[in-house]
Design a protein around this ligand. Structure first.
Ligand SMILES: NC(=O)c1ccc[n+]([C@@H]2O[C@H](COP(=O)([O-])OP(=O)(O)OC[C@H]3O[C@@H](n4cnc5c(N)ncnc54)[C@H](O)[C@@H]3O)[C@@H](O)[C@H]2O)c1
Length: 449
């Protein structure tokens, strides 16, 4: 349906809610990535017509041909919706006038100076503003600092003369996608929603309730934005804490994973977090710094966030240091050593290389003169990333290929790695995930890192 247009009277909120409930409206999703694509599928599968918008023409073409380009999003789900004409992708942002509800899922990275890079949100808001019509609902999902919806998106949408809460509606609902999580998906992860006005909140809540089991309305867009930041800061700080404890305990001859396993038997007041080779992914290494930047505007220093960032950012170097020590004990220098890095994706059993500590570790090892290869069943070839320039193909693991390296460095503990085979044939294993010990494979050649 079309709830209104640029020249029509004020939109009827009750009629809009009824149209959403009856699936008589079209949903537009901007940004068909790890967040946007699962959302498209969920809304399509509950009966909505969905138009997906992306500036990447290759993704648009692939999706319209029924192919998913994300490993954990199965192509048959995309193909079914395309075949039923319930989903189509386009790079033509002028068609943003078509949907009644628009959901924005574009990237929110950091600049080289670790400041918020809102250019994708800004250009998307401008594209929506260029065609905005009466009655449209716009929801921002990209993770960002509190205030973005009302300070950055709202003025752009109102620039053409339409007013929020009267002519169009605006809300913020943080995405909580956890790719690869076997227990929770888009439909079952509760969704927090904040609206600019009461009608904005009511409409956005009605929309999400059609596709998501539990919707949690909150007082404002700022509360919704801050909720996502709290969740990610909580993880960043707690991961930094166990990373710091790992280093301290290691000097004392105590294995931190043993300590966490024991501590987690406490039935209250403790939640386990695990150390690793450094943070990765689109969220935890980035989002906390959105708040740090915003807090400066209010004269506040977010010391916990900065300290956690410092500790976590030091982990790749710590892992390399452990590798250098272990090689040294075996009479070898890192320079000239053959090192096989296991895992290039940042997270177990996923194909996502964004912000992966594995890439940083490989670059550092190459700079130090090591001969570096990698193996990752989910990433057969390393992309030329924006920051990382490594051009390598994944090594197939066999007794002979494993034995050919001076050291194997485990960065990402994919379930499908042949751990026993590796332990039997590697001369040295530096394990940053406790993956070998957890499987009862703790020979002399396994060093924790
Ligand atoms: N990946 C996750 O697990 C996750 C979880 C929670 C929140 N988030 C947040 O969700 C947002 C999106 O993340 P993602 O992981 O889906 O990113 P992504 O890089 O996988 O996808 C973003 C997509 O947006 C497209 N795009 C960029 N600019 C555009 C524009 N102007 N118009 C149309 N399309 C455009 C890109 O081509 C890309 O396909 C970010 O703010 C992120 O922090 C991500």
């Amino acid at each position: 349906m079309t709830i209104g247009d640029r020249g029509a009277a004020m939109p009827d909120v009750t009629a809009f809610k009824a149209a959403i409930g009856a699936r008589r409206c079209t949903i537009g999703v901007i940004g068909l990535g790890y967040v946007g694509l699962p959302l498209v599928l969920r809304f399509g599968e509950v009966g909505f017509r969905v138009v997906g918008f992306d500036i990447d023409a290759a993704k648009v073409q692939q999706l319209n041909a029924g192919h998913s380009y994300i490993q954990h999003v199965p192509s048959p789900r995309v193909r079914a919706l395309v075949d039923e004409r319930r989903f189509e992708a386009t790079a033509d942002l002028k068609r943003l006038a078509e949907p009644d509800a628009i959901i924005i899922c574009v990237p929110t990275p950091l600049t080289a100076h670790r400041e918020p890079d809102l250019r994708y949100v800004e250009t998307t808001a401008d594209a929506v503003a260029a065609v905005l019509r009466r009655g449209q609902l716009v929801c921002l999902e990209s993770t960002t600092y509190p205030g973005t919806t009302e300070e950055v998106v709202l003025p752009r949408l109102e620039a053409g003369g339409l007013r929020v809460g009267h002519d169009f509606f605006l809300a913020f609902s943080p995405e909580r996608e956890d790719p690869g999580n076997a227990h929770f998906d888009t439909a079952t992860i509760p969704k927090v929603v904040g609206g600019v006005t009461a009608d904005c909140l009511a409409l956005a809540t009605t929309l999400y309730e059609q596709a998501i089991k539990q919707v949690v309305p909150v007082a404002s867009t700022r509360v919704a934005e801050a909720t996502k930041i709290l969740e990610n800061v909580y993880r960043a700080v707690n991961i930094a804490l166990v990373n710091e404890l790992k280093i301290a305990f290691e000097r004392m001859g105590i294995n931190v994973w043993d300590v966490i396993e024991a501590a987690k038997t406490k039935p209250f007041g403790f939640q386990p977090f695990y150390p690793g080779p450094g943070l990765g992914g689109h969220c935890i290494p980035i989002d906390p710094f959105y708040l740090t930047w915003k807090a400066r505007e209010y004269g506040v220093t977010t010391r916990f966030i900065e300290l956690a960032g410092e500790v976590n950012a030091g982990m790749p170097a710590y892992v390399i240091h452990r590798l250098m020590d272990a090689l040294n004990e075996r009479g070898k220098a890192l320079k000239g050593a053959r090192v096989l890095v296991l895992g290039a994706a940042y997270k177990r059993d996923t194909d996502d290389p964004r912000e992966s500590p594995g890439l940083e570790i490989m670059e550092d090892l190459l700079q130090k003169g090591a001969l570096v290869h990698y193996s990752d069943p989910h990433l057969p070839r390393l992309p030329f990333g924006r920051r990382h320039k490594i051009d390598l193909a994944s090594v197939t693991l066999s007794a002979a290929s494993i034995a050919a390296y001076d050291a194997v460095l485990l960065v990402t503990d994919h379930s499908s790695f042949p751990y026993e085979l590796i332990q039997r044939h590697a001369s040295l294993i530096v394990d940053s995930r406790n993956a070998f010990r957890a499987r009862g494979l703790s020979g002399d050649n396994v060093v924790p890192a």
